[in-house]
Design a protein around this ligand. Structure first.
Ligand code: SF4
Length: 326
């Protein structure tokens, strides 16, 4: 076996087909994630489905991995629950699939508790609105199926890399919320039947959308930031300030330490080791001089550098400070 990649790509596609088989033919019904998502994406995905590439499928499979792990954890803990519970609207082609449905609370009292699992890189400070809408729709269909008894739900955000789990808890069946989401479902059915326009509704999930190319939501900058993207951008800006302050402080502490140790040092205490080693001076190529004195050679020693996205976030305060300084 020499090149694994073609086999790997094929196997990932097959795994995805098997994992989503439990959801049935998604072009024939409106699901909870459709109701919570973007009408344009739902329309295009159902009319002209695009097969996600391996990278995207691997990202999606983090969700399945999180569910697989939680299933084993819940079983080990003796939880009474089912997985992938399908709920169907009695009159409209609308469905929801619950990741987990618990039948008791942790004191053994009867209660239906739906859990929607989200695999994340970094637990957000607050749940994304799409997650809450998805759960709200699930709880509505659950109430229709079980008109009596206690019903609740939560969103379990799981960061497998960091080994962190956070439960956004305290959700219950809410009639106005469900009615609103049900109307969104009806709107999607109108869109699919050509009776309404599939308007885009941008969110953090645009990063996973296969129909982003040509999406009108991104065609005329500046784009209005969805609330969860704004939340992340603000967090980025705050952490950047902390990082810059830390770098400044590190630089001055480093100088104080090296002033004490000199260029070579090894020391220790009960709490830490301190080592300073000296890097000998070395020579490097001066690109400007090379270009000036050897213009024929210069193009021959150039190598390609991959492009990248430069991210800059300015908070309103920083923007005001900057314009005041101008
Ligand atoms: S990029 Fe975002 S707004 Fe555009 S279709 Fe995809 S999910 Fe909708």
């Amino acid at each position: 076996m020499s090149n694994l990649h073609p086999f790997f790509d094929m196997a990932v596609q097959e795994l995805n087909r098997r994992q989503t088989a439990t959801l049935g033919d998604r072009s024939t019904y409106i699901g909870a994630s459709d109701v919570a998502g973007c009408a344009r994406k739902v329309y295009l995905q159902k009319q002209t489905p695009l097969q996600p590439d391996t990278t995207m499928l691997l990202k999606f499979s983090r969700g399945h991995a999180a569910e697989w792990l939680l299933d084993r954890i819940f079983t080990a803990g003796g939880g009474v629950y089912d997985t992938q519970v399908e709920l169907t609207h009695p009159s409209e082609p609308m469905k929801a699939h619950l990741d987990f449905l618990f039948y008791n609370d942790f004191d053994g009292n009867p209660e239906l508790h739906a859990i929607e699992v989200k695999s994340v890189s970094g637990i957000p400070d607050a749940p994304y609105p799409q997650w809450e809408d998805q759960l709200g729709f699930q709880l509505g269909l659950l109430r229709m199926q079980y008109p009596k008894g206690k019903i609740s739900g939560s969103i379990l955000a799981m960061d497998l890399n960091a080994g962190q789990v956070h439960q956004f808890n305290g959700y219950g069946y809410d009639e106005p919320t469900f009615n609103y989401l049900y109307c969104r479902g009806l709107h999607l059915l109108d869109v699919l039947n050509g009776r309404d326009e599939p308007r885009p509704s941008p969110s953090i999930l645009c990063g996973y959308c296969a129909h982003r190319d040509g999406c009108p939501a991104f065609s005329s900058p500046p784009v209005d930031l969805p609330v969860e993207v704004e939340m992340l951008a603000q967090k980025y800006a705050e952490l950047n300030v902390v990082k810059n302050q830390a770098e400044k402080e590190l630089k001055s502490i480093r100088q104080e330490l090296v002033d004490y140790t000199g260029p070579k040092f090894k020391g220790h205490s009960d709490r830490c080791d301190l080592t300073v080693s000296y890097v000998e001076p070395s020579m490097t190529v001066d690109g400007t001089l090379l270009k000036k004195h050897f213009p024929d050679v210069y193009p021959q020693v150039l190598k390609a550098r991959a492009g990248y996205s430069r991210l800059e976030v300015k908070t309103i305060r920083q923007r005001e400070q900057l314009s005041a300084a101008e």
